[in-house]
Design a protein around this ligand. Structure first.
Ligand code: SF4
Length: 356
């Protein structure tokens, strides 16, 4: 087993890379591998809502619309910006006549208009003391489906129990179109994950993180994303004799659509290679080690393994800054190896966004 993929974090990064190259699972892979995957797929990690964060997210996108999304730049559009750019008119119009009432004070809309103008994604002008706006581009309908994948390389019975209730939550809310569990392929006749008590709506993938191949052990059901969902707030946990009722609340389709687009925008901005942003790439022990021509995994020379994003932080006792001499050539234009690592990942992230 490769040391880089032993940890859950290393496994998760391999799942992301596999998804980028091979999604959708079970389809013919030869052509995709030759072109390094389908460029209408956006993969991100550790995103979701306040209550639920998914390990890996795959966005299936409309190819033409995804390319037009690039007009709005690599950064995400938050809810306020989306309200402005999605409703901006083709002709100059006073902003209060053009935009639907947002349900909050107009001064926040004005602030969003100025931000949109600064980012070059909206045209504005003054007419007397009135602000008029005009759209630069239509905001495209680029998101088709959201697929959530939970990574559990070693799915034992207790991990399956914890995961089972999270997946039940996902199925009940129906925010993602599909949910999957990715587990490490064991090669046994029946993959152990199939024997665990997971919701039947969730798909099961057996992934070989070294070879970067996966078998579909169970196909998921499509969830009803355009219908009301049920959010499980609390469930009875007092053992088999606990007869108390679970508590639920309903989530209407409009709220779900807004949340889905917010998640998609964050995924578009971050991709999955952004893990390096929070790691100490300026540490002398930080390395990127190539696992295939397009994937570099973080590696800590002090620990002798792939370190997690959580441990590779300011609090790491083994942290040592890069020696200044590493930076002398090209400094300050190129920076040291740490900055170079960040640039490599940033460039790869950008290449995965057609049109940027
Ligand atoms: S020593 Fe600590 S800070 Fe440095 S690369 Fe390793 S985990 Fe990161």
């Amino acid at each position: 087993m490769h040391r880089e993929t032993e940890s859950e974090f290393g496994f998760e990064l391999r799942t992301c890379r596999w998804a980028e190259r091979e999604w959708p699972p079970g389809a013919e892979t030869e052509a995709k591998t030759e072109t390094d995957g389908d460029d209408t797929i956006v993969v991100a990690r550790q995103l979701g809502t306040k209550r639920r964060r998914w390990d890996t997210i795959v966005l299936e996108c409309d190819p033409d619309a995804l390319r037009r999304r690039a007009n709005f730049g690599p950064d995400r559009l938050d809810g306020d910006l989306l309200h402005v750019v999605r409703n901006a008119p083709a002709e100059w119009t006073y902003y209060r006549d053009a935009l639907p009432h947002p349900g909050y004070p107009w001064r926040y809309v004005r602030e969003a208009i100025h931000r949109a103008d600064d980012r070059g994604i909206l045209e504005t002008r003054k007419n007397g003391n009135r602000i008029e706006i005009r759209r630069r581009w239509d905001y495209p309908d680029w998101l088709e489906r959201i697929v959530a994948i939970e990574n559990k390389p070693d799915l034992d019975a207790s991990a399956a129990r914890a995961l089972g209730s999270q997946l039940e939550y996902d199925v009940a809310v129906g925010l993602a179109d599909e949910v999957w569990v990715a587990t490490r392929k064991t090669g046994e006749r029946v993959e152990p994950a199939l024997l665990e008590d997971l919701p039947i709506e969730a798909g099961i993938l057996a992934l070989d993180p070294a070879a970067l191949t996966a078998d579909v052990e169970w196909y998921p059901r499509s969830l009803a994303v355009s219908e009301s969902g049920t959010r499980i707030l609390e469930r009875p946990d007092g053992g088999p004799r606990d007869g108390s009722a679970a508590r639920f609340e309903y989530v209407d389709p409009g709220t779900k659509a807004t949340k889905r687009l917010a998640i998609a925008e964050r995924a578009y901005e971050r991709g999955w290679r952004s893990f390096v942003d929070t790691m100490r790439s300026d540490c002398r022990y930080f390395e990127l080690r190539a696992r295939d021509p397009r994937q570099a995994l973080p590696y800590c020379a002090a620990k002798g393994r792939c370190q997690t994003a959580a441990e590779c932080a300011g609090s790491c006792a083994a942290f040592e800054p890069e020696p200044p001499t590493w930076r002398t050539r090209g400094w300050p234009i190129e920076g040291g190896p740490g900055q170079r690592s960040q640039r490599v990942l940033e460039e790869r992230r950008r290449r995965r966004r057609p049109g940027l």
